[in-house]
Design a protein around this ligand. Structure first.
Ligand SMILES: C[S@@+](CC[C@H](N)C(=O)[O-])C[C@H]1O[C@@H](n2cnc3c(N)ncnc32)[C@H](O)[C@@H]1O
Length: 257
């Protein structure tokens, strides 16, 4: 488990839930619609953090059979509030649980931190029952037009990122890991630049550069992200990509071997 990531989330744990997207009702509603929790189902959350997704699962379907929250950060897991959620310190690349132990695996805004994504998805396949489902919710660029500039911004913001998945790359990753993608959607989430900049303990230089990148963003980027100047703040849309996939009964693709 990466000590830098563990340290980062130890520092963020206390205020993590203040990020507006974590408990944003629209983002959670889409996550739940994609999970589609049913009574008795066993659900595992990879990089579950403070447990926001599994709490929403339990609110939507109190009769769900088992909720397991896996995370490398004991500080994030310590904030899981619902005692029905089983918190388990572990790595998404080496999941707890026997083969076929779960009906649904969910992973929201964590894949960009996972070193070996094929290894992670191979583990997801292993712990899912043969017709189990994988649900991913991930902040991405909207597409090819904003991809490069978006990457520059998020890389500067979070140097611990391993990947900057576009919607197309996410779909390709999941398909090439032995899943059949059956549903995708994109959701816009409005964010204030100032509140986003205030959430991390970035250096003054980083903050100034992040602000500059927004103030000098190309016209296409401003249009796609729906920029609106409000005094010294900018309101803008972030893109969430959601995907539901089922284990493909066919032979595993080459990326998983
Ligand atoms: C941005 S937070 C998302 C938390 C939660 N999924 C949510 O939507 O609120 C990312 C989480 O992934 C965890 N994480 C990062 N790499 C991980 C890995 N390889 N295995 C398990 N958890 C990991 C971090 O500790 C952190 O809690």
């Amino acid at each position: 488990m990466d000590p830098d990531l563990t340290r980062h989330f130890a520092q963020r744990a206390a205020t993590y839930d203040l990020a507006p997207w974590v408990r944003d009702p629209r983002i959670l509603a889409t996550t739940i619609a994609f999970i589609d929790p049913r009574p008795g189902q066993r659900i595992i959350d990879l990089g579950a953090g403070t447990g926001a997704v599994l709490e929403a699962v339990l609110a939507a379907c109190p009769d769900v059979g088992l909720c397991v929250a896996v995370d490398i950060s004991p500080d994030m897991l310590a904030r899981v509030r619902d005692s029905r959620i089983r918190a388990c310190r572990g790595d998404a690349q080496e999941l707890p649980g026997a083969d076929s132990a779960f009906d649904v695996a969910v992973c929201r805004q964590t894949l960009h931190y996972v070193d070996d994504l094929h290894r992670c998805l191979r583990e997801v396949r292993r712990v899912l029952r043969p017709d189990g489902a994988l649900v991913v919710g991930q902040m991405t660029p909207f597409g090819a037009e904003d991809e490069t500039y978006w990457e520059a911004i998020v890389r500067l913001r979070q140097p611990l990122r391993r990947h900057d998945l576009t919607p197309a790359e996410l779909t390709h990753l999941v398909r090439s890991s032995g899943f059949r993608v059956i549903r995708t959607t994109q959701v816009r989430a409005r964010e204030s630049l100032n509140s986003w900049l205030a959430r991390y303990e970035d250096t003054d230089r980083q903050l100034a550069e992040l602000r500059r990148l927004h103030l000098e963003a190309p016209e296409a980027y401003r249009r796609i992200h729906n920029f609106e100047q409000r005094g010294d703040d900018i309101l803008l849309d972030n893109c969430w990509t959601f995907l539901r996939a089922i284990v493909d009964p066919g032979p595993e693709a080459s990326g998983t071997r």
